[in-house]
Design a protein around this ligand. Structure first.
Ligand SMILES: Cc1cc2nc3c(=O)[nH]c(=O)nc-3n(C[C@H](O)[C@H](O)[C@H](O)COP(=O)(O)O)c2cc1C
Length: 154
């Protein structure tokens, strides 16, 4: 995949909002086959290795904003929003992605030479989809929405 196309996609990621606009993120882009295969040791799946590009989204814990009252760290939220920009923009560009979190963090940190304050949140393979997107399976609207106050579904 041409580097310009990847950078066009990353421009949507760069514009993502974040708490206090701290932008506590870093994205490591792998296009080298050997590096992709090495990283896939953290999540060994044939379909992962078949991707021409892998993007690793990291939280910079030195830069993430913490809410004053309870010290809640919003780094996960910020990076999740940026990843959502990535996946939606990729779809609109005719590309395919998958959000992967069930990987071995230690293996990936070692392979990417990440310092302790850089936490890999998700591995996102990026490529050209060969199948049409199947129908979405989602909870019905009345299960996820309440009006005026909370009332449980059923
Ligand atoms: C936070 C998060 C973590 C995920 N981790 C994985 C994963 O480790 N492996 C995987 O195959 N899919 C993973 N997914 C993909 C979900 O399984 C998928 O988005 C969900 O089943 C809905 O699929 P659909 O959007 O194609 O309908 C993850 C998605 C999210 C949002």
């Amino acid at each position: 995949m041409p580097r310009e196309k990847i950078l066009e996609l990353m421009e949507y990621v760069r514009m993502a909002p974040s708490a206090v606009n701290y932008q506590p993120w870093h994205f490591i882009i792998l296009t080298n086959r050997g590096n992709i295969e090495n990283l896939a040791k953290a999540y060994p799946r044939p379909w992962l290795i078949s991707a021409p590009v892998i993007i690793v989204a990291c939280i910079n814990r030195k830069e993430s904003w913490r809410r004053i009252k309870d010290n809640k760290d919003f780094g996960d939220v910020d990076v999740a929003i940026a990843i959502d920009h990535l996946t939606l923009a990729a779809t609109s560009m005719g590309l395919g992605t998958c959000w992967v979190c069930n990987f071995d963090v230690e293996i990936s940190k070692k392979m990417l030479e990440l310092p302790d304050h850089m936490e890999p949140l998700a591995i996102i393979p990026l490529g050209y989809p060969i199948n049409a997107v199947p129908e979405k399976k989602r909870k019905p609207m009345d299960e996820i929405v309440s009006w005026e106050k909370y009332y449980p579904y059923k």
